[in-house]
Design a protein around this ligand. Structure first.
Ligand code: ZN
Length: 276
């Protein structure tokens, strides 16, 4: 069977030290965590950075520092920078800034929704600017879809040539306000994808592992990590991101799906070869 691309979302915008002491917050911690996860089989690291108070930030200086710390240790994991901005915390113009660092991938949230107690706005004007900026800097969008309408929005960018194949979709399931984390929903969304798509799934909290396993069986790819879920099992905190990566890699192998190395993932995603 096809190799599986394992992404790890180490930090996110919201996970706090009060919730779990294991979430990496500083650039040094995030880089060290990315390397630990790479050793366990992760091919992509999805990065958010935080400020001195631990609040979500889009500061390109901090993103560049994480990148440099990871690369200085000879780690070739694919870098995926978030443009989410913490759903309303960071102004739209600042959200785009990390794209100018030319990460291989950046997130592209293809629509707006209620997001827990917040509203996550990705206006048509913002998406238009973001798509152009990504194309100008050679950054591949990871098209995050919180419900099926997002896929239709992405298709309009694809039809206009603003997103190039192979298209890389991340189905984000189980957010309060978005699509529920069910196999039904995942199948429905995958059926909507245009020809030439690769897809991955992440899901919130206790849904993370079962939806990852569903993706493995369906031929998709997976994202794990403390951004989406802080528990290893019921009421037991995951002691970092690496145990979550190690577990899904173990399960994938049992199902006959070896984890793709970063260079194999670059080939699958149509990214240029690694340059240190
Ligand atoms: Zn994220």
């Amino acid at each position: 069977m096809d190799k599986v691309i394992v992404s790890v979302a180490t930090t996110g915008s919201w996970t706090t030290r009060e919730q779990t002491p294991y979430v990496p917050i500083t650039e040094e911690e995030i880089a060290a965590e990315a390397i630990r996860c790479w050793r366990e089989g992760a091919a992509i690291v999805h990065i958010h950075v935080r400020d001195e108070q631990g609040r979500v930030s889009s500061d390109p200086v901090r993103y560049a520092r994480v990148r440099d710390l990871i690369r200085s240790q000879g780690c070739d994991i694919i870098l995926n920078f978030s443009t989410g901005g913490g759903a309303g915390i960071v102004p739209d113009e600042e959200r785009i800034a990390p794209v100018r660092l030319r990460p291989e991938i950046a997130s592209f949230d293809a629509g707006s929704l209620n997001f827990g107690d917040r509203v996550f706005i990705n206006s048509p004007a913002f998406l238009e600017a973001l798509a152009h900026e990504m194309q100008a800097h050679g950054v591949k969008p990871e098209i995050e879809c919180f419900e099926s309408g997002f896929i239709e929005t992405a298709k309009r960018f694809i039809e206009r040539g603003l997103i190039q194949p192979p298209y890389w979709f991340q189905m984000v399931l189980g957010v309060r306000g978005g699509a529920p984390a069910t196999v039904d929903q995942l199948v429905h969304m995958v059926r909507q994808l245009p020809v030439g798509s690769l897809w991955s799934v992440c899901a919130i909290g206790r849904h993370q592992l079962p939806m990852n396993v569903a993706a493995l069986v369906m031929g998709g790819h997976v994202r794990t990590g403390l951004e989406d879920n802080i528990y290893y099992s019921y009421r037991v905190l995951a002691e970092g991101n690496a145990p979550l990566v190690a577990r899904i890699v173990r399960i994938a192998r049992e199902l006959g799906r070896e984890p793709a190395s970063p260079s194999e993932a670059r080939t699958l995603l149509g990214l240029p070869p690694f340059q240190s």
